[in-house]
Unconditional design. Structure first.
Length: 481
């Protein structure tokens, strides 16, 4: 029995695009239409150069596009035809008014809901896929029901997305779980069952979890808060490692082997980035304050504060090691994306590192295999980074080749863990750099021993690499060797 034949998804971004592409791939009998108000984005989805990079995505899109997968700017038609509508628009942190810098801006979700209310001529299941504050479904419900036409009824579900950028296709094909929240009424349960039926086309039923709406909304914020908290926890210990001679990788391994803790997400680094962790935790903190739970709010706020500390601490270490001045020094930045296998730069720690180095007068040569030069300039000239965009444009060069980026550089700073950085010819790189040549490995991916043998001065996170440094950090205890 075919429960659903046409699905519309509002928002053709990092979530809407891959999610619907995989759904179209796994459900050849369902017609998926992904709509967006940005004509440029839709055009890119219909071209050979997709607007986002994800391993395996282009192959899937090519196979299903214009068969049962469509990208369109005709939002009303797609809404009218669909039986089920995903809302996967952006929910950024508000940058104005009440809750500025913390609360989620639900303006785009509301716009989408209003568009549905205006155009729908038959009943719809409306699925909130965007990450939203707890009880956001209630607002969507109000908007839809206040504008309801006769004979049109709406069921609202919460179905947060747990995909990770860089592995989106694999995550969507084989998710740990799918979460569907809905009203615990006959109608609500029927809607849950219908959406579950779609996922069951390719996902084992036991991995599809259904809860009440508010649990579902909160679980998404909670999952991101837990993930980010692990990173901040190991990063906080990386500072202790650097000050004591412990090695954070060894600590992470020893800790992670405890089956109660587990080994994933214990990699110390320059800090976490991406569009979600910070935004969702800020949102959680804001909600807790609104609920008069200041202790809970402060607890989660610290996860973000620790991340800021880590990014700044790493940047300060670079400056300190380069004799406390980077003024007019060339510094090669390896990687600008917030993690490997994506071209996404939202909240990337590279922005903070570059900002601090630029403020100190450094000249940056930036190389990233997937981020466009235009994107880097737009990030580094934004108002939160500089008051003087012209100065930044003169101090930054974006290179399309890592070997060009390092020529006559005083230092290399690894900001993203791209695999290709491990297999570069570091002898050749050393030869073309200024001496002493420094490498700051903010992702702990390089072979530090080999680099030191070549002659590099190497600094990383959570580990003192030379004996002299170790002795210095022990201060007044010189007699132990
Ligand atoms: P995005 O910014 O890449 O995409 C959102 C798209 O929605 C944009 O193309 C925008 O033009 C479009 N849009 C906004 N308002 C619209 C409207 N009224 N009508 C039509 N189109 C409209 O955002 P992304 O990264 O896809 O995130 C979407 C949601 O999913 C957010 O709530 C985010 O928190 C959540 N999420 C994101 C994940 C990620 O890895 N990026 C993972 C899990 C959840």
């Amino acid at each position: 029995e075919l429960k659903i034949t046409k699905i519309c998804c509002i928002g053709a971004g990092y979530v809407g695009g891959p999610t619907c592409s995989v759904m179209a791939y796994k459900c050849p009998n369902i017609r998926m239409t992904v709509v967006d108000k940005s004509a440029e984005r839709i055009e890119a989805w219909n071209s050979d150069k997709l607007p986002i990079y994800e391993p395996g995505l282009f192959e899937i899109v090519k196979e299903r596009r214009n068969k049962n997968l469509f990208f369109s700017t005709d939002i009303p038609t797609a809404i009218r035809e669909a039986e089920l509508i995903f809302i996967s628009v952006n929910t950024p942190t508000k940058n104005f008014g009440n809750g500025r810098g913390r609360a989620a801006d639900l303006k785009y979700v509301e716009d989408a809901a209003r568009m549905i209310a205006e155009t729908a001529q038959s009943s719809k299941i409306v699925v909130e896929k965007s990450t939203v504050p707890v009880r956001a479904a209630e607002s969507i419900m109000h908007i839809l029901r206040a504008n309801q036409k006769a004979d049109v009824r709406y069921d609202i579900l919460s179905n947060p997305e747990f995909l990770a950028e860089g592995t989106a296709v694999a995550d969507l094909i084989n998710p740990d779980r799918v979460l569907i929240g809905g009203e615990q009424t006959d109608d609500g349960l029927r809607a849950i069952e219908t959406l579950s039926w779609v996922y069951e086309r390719w996902i084992p039923k036991e991995r599809i979890l259904s809860t009440n709406t508010w649990s579902s909304e909160l679980s998404k914020l909670a999952a991101n808060a837990f993930l980010a908290q692990r990173i901040s926890s190991i990063n906080s210990l990386s500072a202790v490692c650097e000050a004591t001679g412990a090695d954070v990788s060894e600590v992470a391994k020893a800790v992670g082997l405890d089956s109660r803790i587990g080994s994933k997400f214990l990699q110390a680094s320059v800090g976490f980035g991406g569009s979600c962790f910070q935004k969702d935790i800020l949102n959680l903190v804001y909600i807790c304050e609104g609920l008069n739970l200041p202790e809970v709010a402060a607890y989660w706020q610290q996860v973000i504060d620790m991340n800021e500390y880590q990014k700044t601490r790493f940047s300060q270490k670079i400056i300190e090691c380069l004799f406390n001045t980077v003024s007019d020094k060339r510094i090669a930045i390896f990687g600008f994306a917030f993690k490997k296998n994506t071209g996404d730069t939202r909240e990337t720690p590279a922005i903070t590192v570059c900002k601090i180095l630029l403020e100190e007068g450094a000249k940056l040569e930036i190389y990233d295999p997937k981020v466009e030069a235009e994107q880097i300039f737009s990030d580094l000239t934004s108002a939160s980074v500089t008051e003087n965009p012209e100065f930044v444009r003169q101090a930054v060069k974006v290179q399309s080749d890592p070997y060009t980026a390092v020529e006559r550089a005083h230092a290399i700073v690894v900001c993203t863990e791209w695999d290709e950085f491990q297999s570069l010819d570091y002898n050749k790189i050393y030869g073309s750099m200024m001496k002493p040549a420094y490498i700051f490995d903010g992702r702990k991916i390089l072979d530090h021993d080999a680099l030191q043998k070549i002659g590099f001065h190497v600094q990383t996170i959570g580990k003192k690499l030379n004996r002299a440094g170790l002795l210095r950090s022990w201060g007044q205890i010189p007699q132990f060797n």
